[in-house]
Design a protein around this ligand. Structure first.
Ligand code: PHB
Ligand code: FE
Length: 330
């Protein structure tokens, strides 16, 4: 069942603090509640419980990426679909069992409404010391009754270069003062390339050491835009433990494994049926099709280059069969 919200208010509907100190949130016909260990999501035909650490890590990505490309599954039941202007909030829509039992439910919201509610919930439910973007080994726990907050972490600015990191006026190179080298990347060389520009071209030629840049990332599973050429975005990221969402593609994505190893579980986007398991080691390149969902497992902190085509036309071209769901014909 799908319904659309007609009323375009962006007002956040929050209750007074509950027994554990957290507000409940109502968004359309969905209701969200947290206690010491869990997030509870209810909708007119069902209810669902998620561990609060998984929930906050997924919510953090959905908020920071402004609903990302396509589908952000928090788990096998709840998530969002980005329609770039509006967003579907769903329960069981991509789960065969929920659909067969007619327990599935979808409600569409203007993006500002769901964005503001999710931001408020993430901020209220994240306690002092818990950083949803950090690897589990580098943060305190999210459990327990309400105790402080971590607004600085949950609102951190996302790196999005206009042209490229290191270009004058664009995103800056990282240094010891702002971004110490991560414990797992202590062996990554920190030298920077020497640029010898012809006179008059000093502002137009730039280069930086991407490995050194990534070795200083203090977040995990958070692709940031380091270079842009029209719709072609280089979005490298450092990964450790498990990607906190199951991403449903609405376009092809290329992966280049820059270091170490990630194991990907690749499923059919709409049913969740397993399609393949892909182990990527340093130097491996893969194209993830436009009709899958995937979740990565990184046993050690690793570097991954995600190459995105940000063209706004792609979802429709793929949906109508005018563009294929895979990028290359061999
Ligand atoms: C993806 O869904 O393709 C994705 C998301 C976040 C990452 C890496 C890959 O850190
Ligand atoms: Fe993806």
């Amino acid at each position: 069942m799908t319904i659309s919200e007609t009323n375009d208010t962006t007002a956040v509907q929050a209750s007074a603090p509950n027994h554990d100190g957290y507000c409940d949130f109502t968004l359309g016909n969905f209701h969200f509640r947290r206690d010491e260990y869990f997030a509870y999501v209810t909708w007119p035909t069902g209810e669902h419980t998620l561990s609060i650490d998984d929930f906050l890590r997924a919510m953090q990505r959905d908020v920071a990426w402004d609903f990302f490309y396509g589908t952000v599954n928090f788990d096998a039941v709840v998530g969002t679909v980005n329609h770039y202007g509006t967003v579907d909030l769903f329960a069981g829509q991509f789960n065969e069992v929920y659909r067969k039992a007619e327990r599935d439910y979808v409600q569409n919201f203007p993006t500002p409404h769901i964005r503001e509610t999710f931001k408020a919930m993430l901020d209220d439910w994240t306690i002092e010391g818990f950083d949803p973007f950090a690897s589990p080994a580098e943060t305190d726990k999210p459990f327990g009754v309400k105790a402080g907050s971590n607004t600085e972490a949950v609102t951190r600015r996302r790196v999005t270069a206009a042209r490229m990191v290191g270009v004058p006026g664009d995103e800056e190179i990282r240094t010891d003062a702002t971004h110490p080298v991560n414990r797992m990347f202590a062996d990554v060389a920190q030298d920077e390339p020497t640029v010898e520009a012809e006179p008059g071209f000093e502002d137009r030629v730039a280069a930086f050491n991407l490995f050194a840049y990534l070795s200083r990332s203090n977040v995990t599973w958070n692709p940031s835009v380091v270079s842009v050429c029209k719709d072609s975005l280089y979005c490298p990221t450092t990964e450790e433990y498990i990607l906190p969402i199951i991403h449903g593609n609405d376009r092809v994505e290329w992966f280049v494994q820059l270091s170490d190893e990630i194991q990907w579980v690749v499923e059919d986007r709409d049913t969740g049926v397993l399609r393949s398991k892909v182990t990527m080691r340093a130097g491996d390149v893969a194209a993830m099709p436009g009709d899958i969902r995937h979740q990565g497992y990184s046993p050690k902190r690793s570097m991954l280059l995600v190459w995105e085509n940000a063209s706004g036309e792609l979802p429709e071209l793929i949906r109508t069969g005018k563009a294929p769901v895979y990028p290359v014909e061999f």
